[in-house]
Write a protein that binds this ligand. Structure first.
Ligand SMILES: [Zn+2]
Length: 185
């Protein structure tokens, strides 16, 4: 099964979808804001981007910012950093919003593909006549990687909970003998 594009019932998979996400001490309303703010060094610029709508944040990442912030734009080597930043932002967002994590885990092993029409063959796959649904789909791949990590975390927690429940059962007779449950028996 395939899921994509990330709109309508699946708009929560988009970086313009719901957050919030706290990233390096600043709370952003959407993943897009956190990602674009990472291109700026100053805290003031990051806070400004945190206050924007996601579409505005995207333009801010492209340099459409009040001039006082522009000297903190730092995109040297950005092409090598961007996938790592996106991985951190997406993982943080899904870890911080349990309902999003649960939705992502519910997609099971569906292939998540950021189909788009705006010629983004890096983060997704563009469906135009020229690109014919080609693309590296890095955003979809990151989401699938995050899904795997969340799934493993959940399995580990459930396992720990199970072991804890067994230990409690083992200890109950001792606790009862010690009079710990006097009032409830
Ligand atoms: Zn295209």
């Amino acid at each position: 099964m395939e899921i994509g594009p990330f709109r309508d019932a699946y708009s929560w998979l988009s970086n313009f979808g719901p957050g919030p996400v706290e990233y390096y001490g600043i709370k952003y309303p959407h993943r897009e804001n956190a990602y674009q703010a990472a291109k700026y060094n100053s805290r003031a610029a990051k806070l400004y981007i945190a206050s924007l709508k996601p579409g505005q944040a995207k333009r801010a990442g492209g340099g459409k910012m009040p001039s006082e912030f522009l000297n903190s734009l730092s995109i040297e080597g950005w092409d090598n950093k961007r996938v790592g930043v996106m991985e951190e932002v997406v993982l943080a967002c899904f870890q911080q919003n349990k309902w999003l994590a649960d939705k992502l885990i519910e997609t099971k092993d569906a292939e998540l593909i950021e189909y788009n029409v705006w010629h983004d063959c890096f983060w997704g796959r563009c469906t135009c006549q020229l690109h014919k649904s080609r693309g590296e789909n890095h955003l979809g791949r990151i989401l699938m990687q995050v899904r795997k990590e969340l799934h493993n975390e959940k399995a580990k927690q459930l396992g720990e909970l199970y072991i804890l429940s067994i230990r409690v059962q083992e200890c109950l007779p001792e606790w009862k003998a010690a009079g710990l449950f006097k009032d409830n028996q």
